[in-house]
Design a protein around this ligand. Sequence first.
Ligand SMILES: Cc1cc2nc3c(=O)[nH]c(=O)nc-3n(C[C@H](O)[C@H](O)[C@H](O)COP(=O)(O)OP(=O)(O)OC[C@H]3O[C@@H](n4cnc5c(N)ncnc54)[C@H](O)[C@@H]3O)c2cc1C
Length: 343
Amino acid sequence: MLRAVGCWEAMSSRRVSPFDAIEVRDSESGAQLHFDGAAIGAAHLGHIVENSLTQTVLYDRVAAAGNIELIVPGAVERVRHRSDERLALMLEDGRTLLTRLLVGADGAASKVRVLAGIECEQVSYGQVGIVGSIATERVHGEVARQRFLPGGPLAFLPLADGRCSIVWSVPEAERDRLLALTPDAFCAELTEASGEMLGAVQSVGERAAFPLRKQHAKRYVDDRIALIGDAAHVIHPLAGQGINLGFLDAASLAEVVSDAAKRGRDIGGLAVLRRYERWRKGDNLLMQRAMDGFHLLFGTRNPLVVGMRGLGLELTERLPPAKSLYMRHAMGLGGDLPALAKV
Ligand SMILES: Cc1cc2nc3c(=O)[nH]c(=O)nc-3n(C[C@H](O)[C@H](O)[C@H](O)COP(=O)(O)OP(=O)(O)OC[C@H]3O[C@@H](n4cnc5c(N)ncnc54)[C@H](O)[C@@H]3O)c2cc1C
């Protein structure tokens, strides 16, 4: 998709870090799963990209487009439906804009969602995600690693400069203590939590923690309003799929809207927008439920569950078709894809 919209070149020539394989470990049962891109003929399973790089390149692309006017900073304060098939948007700076369609891509605390009166189910996982960059004793070899611990999963994501980016999901009560540790003490705890999957953790950069919760908007659309990305759904970051789902929402909505425009239909009409909702909601819910399943399955020390999941992981490891299916889905190659995402 990023290639199709003319952004991938600018991103890949800067700081993207490919990974060729994924290793999943269960700290309790000791079982392991290994996903290898070569098994499905893929050069890479994916890329780790800094959020700020994605945002900068997409922003530059939009700014360079002759037919887009950027109003930055800018925020919608109120919306009013008019009788002429337009929505009036009152901005914080006092300006009013008229539009046929307002797309809320304003994240988990979406103001557009609130203004549209769309209810949103919100459930905390009782965890925070600690993020940062680390140097490790052993090289990562372009393999993404995930170790499931009873308190939450720990991911080591390979970066091009040899370091790893971490997402360490821990119980909320651990947040302050872990952030207050000296770098050396934090590295020692992380080494232990990682089961030394890359040897000792030698250094850590700046750390930050984000509360982890799931959210799903009851509806993605209202008359002349559509929600995409985290404004519509927030999932546990354990499979690193949040941004991918948002991109697929954007491409699907763009396709639905441009089809409607070609046919001379009202692009903000509910009939058109519901097509987008039907297309994406099922897929997003499925991914959210899968993340919930992992969260519940790995968040217990119950010996019976630990034994069964160890067995399940070992069986899956010996089932190449199941692993291929999972890899293709995680790579965004499966399901009903919008044209922009088809390779
Ligand atoms: C700890 C953690 C780790 C994660 N790791 C991964 C990962 O490895 N891979 C992955 O794919 N996803 C990951 N995610 C999820 C990912 O960050 C989100 O899914 C993604 O950022 C959602 O993108 P978005 O554009 O929908 O929303 P956001 O990234 O939240 O962007 C919303 C934008 O809207 C702007 N905005 C908000 N309110 C207003 C307003 N009123 N007016 C105007 N503008 C407004 C904001 O400034 C922001 O720029 C992680 C999340 C967490 C918490």
